[in-house]
Design a protein around this ligand. Structure first.
Ligand SMILES: Cc1ncc(COP(=O)(O)O)c(C=O)c1O
Length: 399
């Protein structure tokens, strides 16, 4: 079943030779999602939540049904815990801003790791209270140092903000022990699931974080939409993030009261077509099966890794014991951007640079590297072609 999926991605009809290995940045778009967005704008569009007429109420229902689809996809207790934002980045900013208003005090510690994406670093730098950022170390292999992280959780820790899967190495965080220690000190956990959710089944009831973010565009869905899961006690406790239409109960010229629940976090006209598109891309993933996707992509990743380590000039970053779908590397003596340009001439798209993870790059003492990442449309033949092309490029660049 997975083998025929390439034809579901219209980009390949115009670019039949494209080998797309940049899914970790943003996934290609599936036909049914494009159609859903197109149909929404062409035949179904009206603003939602306020219209009494049929077009508006029908789309309002579809929009709220999409919230239910998202909650089912991650096995959440209720769709009431799902907040739509413009990106995963905005989801983290929403949490950091609201915690700053209503939770943090000067001197509180926020514990994060040096392998975070900038989206899970910079929002904590912007907190208006004088919080202290504590950073858990990384092992020389590039894996999170769990021992160091656990040691750093104490009574001053007021939040853990940690990635579920590194966008540089693809390594997956194990939250079992982290949760035990965090619960002991009553520390809430925010998990950045941008890279995890497209590849592995998320059971949020079991994982039980306080906050969890991911983005639609990495799920074969539209850009301009992020998903923030927030536990009910935080929804009740935290104030609005932005003010405007849709989130109010009563407004005077000099004061206002707000709706309760997720609605207080969704000010203004929401990303309507994007939410409809996401629902459709989740249908696609559900039809294929997230477990099958994981197995398929993981087999491809392991195969690519097994081929790449045969080449002594390739330096791979990260520990391959618990990772998937991403391989970060450099070729000894070759600049990653030269490599990417030559790969592009062979129709292979990879990402190079710091991958919005400068602290991680600094840890490895590099300014950047090359990252190949895998999606449902990739194949073993493409990996063979990639490996062969890497060999050819290495010879050209080193001669
Ligand atoms: C691990 C991780 N966190 C956060 C983000 C930010 O997501 P977005 O750009 O969709 O807001 C990304 C995007 O690449 C990511 O890989």
């Amino acid at each position: 079943m997975i083998k025929n999926l390439r034809k579901r991605f219209p980009v390949f009809s115009k670019n039949p030779d494209l080998v797309f290995f940049d899914t970790a940045a943003s996934a290609l778009k599936v036909d049914s999602m494009i159609k859903a967005v197109n149909d929404c704008y062409s035949y179904e569009y009206a603003n939602i939540h306020r219209g009494i007429y049929a077009l508006s109420s029908k789309l309002t229902k579809r929009y709220e049904d999409a919230r239910i689809s998202v909650s089912k996809f991650i096995n959440a207790e209720s769709s009431e815990n799902i907040i739509f934002t413009k990106s995963a980045t905005e989801g983290i900013n929403l949490v950091s801003s609201c915690l700053s208003d209503n939770y943090f005090n000067d001197g509180d510690e926020v514990l994060l790791t040096s392998l975070e994406h900038h989206a899970n670093l910079v929002p904590w730098h912007l907190v208006s209270k004088k919080i202290k950022i504590i950073t858990a170390k990384i092992k020389p292999t590039g894996e999170l140092d769990y021992y160091d992280l656990l040691e750093k959780i104490n009574s001053k820790t007021k939040l853990l903000a940690i990635t579920h899967m590194s966008n540089v190495t693809g390594s997956i965080t194990n939250f079992e022990e982290i949760k035990i220690k965090a619960n002991k000190f009553n520390v809430p956990i925010l998990i950045d699931g941008c890279q995890y959710v497209p590849h592995k089944k998320l059971n949020i009831k079991q994982l039980d974080p306080d906050f969890y973010v991911f983005s639609a565009h990495k799920l074969y869905g539209p850009s301009g939409l992020g998903i923030l899961y927030m536990k009910s006690n935080w929804i009740d406790r935290l104030g609005p993030y932005q003010g405007g239409g849709s989130m109010i109960k009563n407004v005077e010229t000099d004061s206002s009261t707000y709706l309760s629940g997720f609605q207080k976090f969704e000010a203004g006209t929401p990303p309507i077509a994007e939410v409809i598109g996401l629902s459709s891309s989740l249908d696609f993933i559900n039809e294929v099966g997230i477990d099958k996707i994981y197995e398929y992509e993981n087999n491809l990743t392991q195969y690519a890794y097994s081929q790449m380590i045969k080449n002594n000039d390739i330096i791979i970053y990260g520990n391959f014991s618990n990772q998937t779908s991403i391989i970060s590397f450099n070729i000894d003596g070759v600049h990653f951007n030269d490599l990417a340009m030559l790969l592009d001439k062979k129709n292979i798209a990879i990402r190079t640079g710091h991958h919005c993870a400068q602290p991680f790059m600094k840890f490895f003492k590099i300014s950047g590297n090359a990252r190949m990442s895998i999606g449902v449309y990739n194949s073993k033949d493409e990996i063979d072609y990639f490996i062969k092309t890497l060999d050819e490029i290495k010879i050209i660049l080193k001669s």
